[in-house]
Design a protein around this ligand. Structure first.
Ligand SMILES: [Fe+2]
Length: 287
């Protein structure tokens, strides 16, 4: 069948527009800025949080990503997992190592594992956490550090939430994650937590309604913002939550705890992002 000239022009314009949408959604980084008020700081602190790079590159050696981070002028950089990627054909960690080195020269950088780091180590027999440490990044997996930033006491923690589905929370109060989080929050310092999967707080909020958490800020990812975003409806799909997830990206409250859920930097397996720009989070914490 031969297309009429008008139909041919319309079809090629529609294809070009769709390609442009995918390109912008995949490669045009945006910075989402939030403010957190707390009496645990005496002067402003700037946190930049990133998630879900999955070996991607924004320009050669992630030049555009590093520039976007520098522009946010972070006092500290927190990486909430899935910077590496376990999938076959994507086992070269060089780009991540270069990116981690560049980030750690911008500001002190901490990282917690995502599901991909854990699977990467199992699948390749390598240790991506060693690569990260050698690149100047402190890896926290079920650990925390008490540090000072600009003369202010801050507790930085990282943990991988093992539980993906609601039934895993039957023994929640006996779990290692629970006791880690309770110990972590027990300090007069400002607390900042990297937690790749947001599930822990989402599911336990419904199960244990009287549970009160007092963590300053939690930085999560994993859902890639719903991968595709539909106007007025938000993200289309997030692992474990399913279609049109309630928690796709943005700021959420769990008791006294704020969660900043990033839409990350990459697509999901072979599915490109759509109407969902790669995101870096900038959180300004002030009294
Ligand atoms: Fe991811």
């Amino acid at each position: 069948m031969k297309l009429s000239p008008k139909l041919a022009i319309f079809s090629s314009s529609a294809a070009a527009a769709a390609a442009a949408c995918v390109l912008v959604s995949e490669k045009s980084i945006m910075t989402s800025e939030y403010n957190l008020k707390t009496d645990k700081v005496s002067s402003p602190l700037r946190v930049v949080a990133l998630s879900d790079l999955h070996f991607s590159s924004f320009g050669r050696d992630n030049k555009r990503l590093i520039e976007a981070v520098e522009k946010a002028e972070p006092d500290i950089i927190l990486l909430s997992g899935d910077f590496f990627d376990f999938r076959s054909g994507r086992s070269n960690g060089d780009i991540v190592v270069k990116t981690l080195k560049a980030l750690s020269s911008v500001a002190r950088t901490y990282m917690s594992p995502g599901n991909h780091e854990l699977r990467y180590n199992i699948k390749t027999g390598k240790n991506c956490f060693e690569y990260a440490e050698n690149a100047g990044v402190t890896v926290l997996n079920g650990e925390y550090r008490d540090i000072e930033i600009k003369g202010q006491k801050v507790r930085i923690g990282g943990v991988y939430d093992h539980a993906a589905h609601i039934e895993d929370f039957a023994d929640w109060h006996e779990s290692k994650v629970y006791s880690f989080l309770r110990e972590f929050e027990n300090t007069p310092s400002l607390t900042l937590l990297m937690l790749h999967r947001p599930n822990t707080f989402i599911y336990t909020r419904d199960l244990y309604k009287d549970e009160v958490w007092d963590i300053g800020a939690v930085f999560s990812g994993h859902g890639h913002g719903g991968i595709w975003r539909v106007p007025f409806l938000g993200g289309v799909y997030a692992p474990e939550q399913g279609f049109f997830p309630e928690y796709d990206r943005g700021e959420y409250s769990f008791g006294k705890t704020k969660m900043y859920l990033s839409s990350g930097l990459e697509g999901y397996y072979f599915v490109p992002r759509l109407f969902n720009r790669p995101e870096i989070i900038k959180l300004i914490i002030d009294k």
